[in-house]
Design a protein. Structure first.
Length: 298
């Protein structure tokens, strides 16, 4: 298992804990990560409405870089993954678009041929590594903890494009959480959007949407929320103070984790190596109950 790693803009500029945990965890599971030198923004959603051709060129360019390495590309961001998949589909179905993009790529000596696959981190962990192997590898079970899985919209939407998980009943993240010994279960708000994509134009609405989900987690007695999407994580993790103020509810206090951070804890990796000191939400609640016999050797 060897992939061209594409962290994406949000991970590289804000969500350092995600990249830290991915680089710590995946190699221990037999996954080799190759940095995609020269990669840029995927263009989505920033340019998808203002410059559709520019957006598709940017995504195709990173795909061409992965092709040059002969590797499938592994974007850490749900939106980047969706962008690459949409552009791959459009270039396959529109020869004129593909030729136009390749004319520009040729300036750099690149060519997009559509040969590299696009792999979501849930696919790497669930489909390629496997929940069973993860369960056999962990050294610290997260038993007695109950986590809500939040796959994020773009992991299973839109339904007219092949996505990472089932459109109606996404289960891969749940099964990966269970592999750590923790409990998870379906809940009515599981597939609800976090609201991040309207945060710039409608900040209060975005915070209200996220706050409603966080309140629901307390009702269902979850110990925390788990996701693999940096946009979702950013809203749920770092905005809880603003959400409490807006909704007038001081009880909203939910630990939020990237799945790779929880997996790292279960593998015995020190919290700081997983970027857990960078989380804004009250993860100490969980760390206190987990790291009792996890030592510093790793």
């Amino acid at each position: 298992m060897k992939y061209a790693l594409f962290p994406g803009c949000t991970v590289q500029t804000e969500q350092y804990g995600y990249e830290l945990s991915v680089r710590e965890v995946l190699p221990r599971l037999g996954v080799e990560l190759v940095d995609l030198d020269g990669a840029s923004c995927c263009g989505f959603p920033t340019f998808s409405t203002t410059s559709p051709i520019g957006w598709k060129y940017l995504s195709a360019r990173s795909l061409a870089l992965a092709e040059r390495l002969g590797l499938d590309i592994l974007p850490l961001c749900n939106s980047c993954h969706l962008s690459f998949c949409m552009v791959q589909r459009d270039c396959k179905n529109d020869g004129e678009l593909r030729n136009l993009i390749n004319q520009t790529l040729s300036i750099e000596g690149l060519e997009y041929r559509g040969e590299s696959g696009i792999v979501h981190i849930l696919e790497v962990l669930h489909d390629h590594v496997g929940a069973d192997k993860i369960g056999e590898t962990i050294v610290k079970s997260l038993k007695n903890l109950k986590f809500a899985a939040h796959p994020g919209c773009h992991a299973f939407r839109p339904s007219d494009l092949e996505r990472t998980d089932d459109n109606e009943d996404p289960k891969k993240l749940d099964e990966l959480i269970s592999a750590l010994g923790a409990e998870t279960l379906d809940y009515p708000e599981k597939k609800d959007c976090c609201g991040s994509h309207i945060s710039i134009s409608e900040e209060m609405a975005s915070l209200t949407i996220a706050g409603s989900k966080l309140k629901a987690l307390s009702k269902h007695r979850f110990n925390g929320l788990v996701t693999t999407c940096p946009h979702c994580f950013k809203l749920f993790d770092s905005k809880q103070g603003e959400i409490r103020s807006l909704m007038g509810d001081k009880t909203i206090s939910v630990p939020v984790f990237y799945y790779t951070q929880l997996l790292g804890l279960a593998l015995g990796i020190r919290p700081e190596k997983l970027g857990l000191h960078l989380n804004f939400s009250p993860v100490e609640k969980i760390l206190t109950s987990v790291i009792g016999d996890v030592h510093g050797e790793n």
